[in-house]
Design a protein around this ligand. Structure first.
Ligand code: SF4
Ligand code: SF4
Length: 379
């Protein structure tokens, strides 16, 4: 599929893409590390949200600022900034989530040398009325800050337009995931990884038509009953910057059919209610806040003590999953703290699971394959 190849070229060369975009279009590229970045507001203000995935290069300069027990996403992102590899960024946005990101924000502000730096101090608890009003206030302040640094005014109409656009974007990504879960042979898991990655870095106006074309092409290929015989696996965890891992899992007899990753479904899951759009009193910022309050929660936020476990089990059932592979970056405290309870949730329901802790560089293919094959034999 020609469209898939185009998407993959961009996903594999994100910095080149962003550099070209900066030159070709008058759109500020806005770096971020987390799916709690209020992208609708950045898009409405004319910016391109650009997700940073850490680095594949050696980490040297960042070690002067961060302890070696910070996750490789944080250290790698800072390394690229200090090395001048992110000069295409106009600025960066830091939603306050885990401790590492919060400290990175302080260091980044002083050392990255970008035109602007915005913190978005979202609430941690998401299940109270006061958190909801606080969330709305924070998003309103962020909107004002963005308008100031980008020199634009974002009207409510413009914001509703951005909300509708993002709902379409999220819908098409969810549809592609659904098609692939039905028949994994239509698209390799590695290629799906590239599609989602492209959705987090590309000019969204350019990405949406490409994703729609891809979805239509996949819909024509889906068989009513899949012939894929791989053991159906769900990947759960934080960031995944390792396309190779999907191929190794496949070669070990597994097939990733769904994920619960920050750089997977948790990026696009959850829609914004458009029903009040024509109500003169309707507030688009409150609508964006509602999504954050109700979407699947990440371990750096709190929405009741069992929300993540229940969501994981529901995904396992919905996608007929045989086993779960937890994929965390080493030293990721939020995911590490949630792991024992999530594993117990799965154990109690009779769902086998495997924990893989990785860094920016993967262990050798042979080592990974041995662990995956053992797990596949077990399930
Ligand atoms: S786990 Fe939560 S805080 Fe950390 S990167 Fe993912 S969405 Fe952001
Ligand atoms: S949530 Fe984990 S992976 Fe994400 S930035 Fe924090 S420590 Fe790193």
């Amino acid at each position: 599929m020609e469209i898939l190849e185009k998407i993959k070229v961009i996903s594999k060369n994100p910095y080149q893409y962003a550099t070209d975009l900066k030159q070709a279009a008058d759109k500020p590229v806005v770096g971020n590390f987390c799916s709690y970045t209020p992208e609708e507001l950045i898009y409405a203000a004319g910016g391109v949200p650009f997700r940073l995935f850490g680095t594949q290069e050696d980490i040297v300069l960042a070690d002067a600022h961060l302890q070696s027990y910070c996750c490789s996403l944080v250290r790698g992102g800072l390394e690229d900034a200090l090395r001048g590899r992110l000069k295409f960024l106009a600025g960066a946005v830091f939603p306050h989530t885990c401790d590492s990101i919060q400290r990175l924000s302080d260091i980044w502000r002083l050392n990255a040398g970008l035109d602007f730096h915005l913190d978005v101090v979202l609430p941690v608890k998401l299940d109270t009325e006061s958190a909801r009003t606080y969330m709305i206030d924070v998003l309103r302040d962020f909107k004002t800050d963005l308008e100031t640094v980008l020199g634009v005014f974002v009207s409510d109409d413009r914001l509703w337009q951005a909300i509708r656009f993002y709902n379409r974007l999220r819908r098409v990504l969810a549809d592609i995931y659904d098609l692939r879960a039905k028949d994994p042979d239509v698209l390799s898991a590695q290629d799906l990884f590239h599609v989602v990655r492209a959705s987090m870095i590309m000019d969204r106006d350019a990405f949406l038509p490409m994703a729609m074309e891809l979805k239509d092409a996949l819909a024509e290929k889906v068989k009513p009953v899949t012939e894929n015989t791989g053991k159906r696996i769900l990947l759960s965890g934080g960031i995944c910057n390792h396309p190779d891992i999907y191929g190794i899992l496949e070669a070990s007899g597994g097939e990733v059919v769904w994920d619960d990753l920050c750089t997977g479904t948790r990026y696009f899951e959850g829609f914004i209610d458009e029903n009040n759009e024509n109500d003169e009193t309707a507030d688009p910022v409150a609508a964006i806040a509602r999504r954050y309050m109700s979407r699947v929660v990440c371990p750096a936020k709190h929405l009741g003590t069992t929300a993540r476990g229940e969501n994981l089990l529901q995904l396992v059932k919905a996608h007929d999953v045989a086993g779960v592979v937890f994929l965390f970056l080493k030293f990721c405290d939020p995911h590490g703290f949630d792991y024992p309870y999530l594993k117990k949730y799965l154990d109690d329901a009779g769902v086998p699971s495997l924990l893989m802790e990785v860094e920016a560089q993967l262990p050798s293919e042979g080592q990974l394959k041995t662990r995956f094959e053992t797990f596949m034999d077990m399930i």
